[in-house]
Design a protein around this ligand. Sequence first.
Ligand code: RP5
Length: 162
Amino acid sequence: MADEAPAVGIIMGSQSDWETMRHAAECLDGLGIGYETRIVSAHRTPDRLYAYAKRAAGRGVKVIIAGAGGAAHLPGMTASMTRLPVLGVPVESKALSGMDSLLSIVQMPAGVPVGTLAIGKAGATNAGLMAAAILATHDEALAERLDAWRQRQTDGIADKPE
Ligand code: RP5
């Protein structure tokens, strides 16, 4: 296939979202999961959104992580055009600290799900981990890497504060 895709598509509404969404990418890097990154705006590049969402499954993408801020329609619109699991990351906005992003993403109508994560860096990181968990259900080697990642996290927590 000429346009074969990696397992995860990380899409975001603006270049300004990358500062948040790079944490999802770094998480996937650490777990050895392939991904692609695209700026796809629901409002500024609607045709790009349509093309990406419609073609993702056929290209081999397995999970989409979509981050956006403000009137954050990207995750929901993407989910409306693909059967792939879509993980939504509310990017922290200047005006409303990401509450607008969160509510825009989380309040989907029944029938079109978006798995919504926390606002900002924690949400982006957890979207990467959630994508890994989904992929690990059918990839034993990845499941072992994810278990090891969790164990390292546990081992890194001190018993007492210093
Ligand atoms: C949204 O508007 C983007 O997802 C971004 O979070 C927000 C602001 O975009 P810029 O004005 O920084 O490009 O579409």
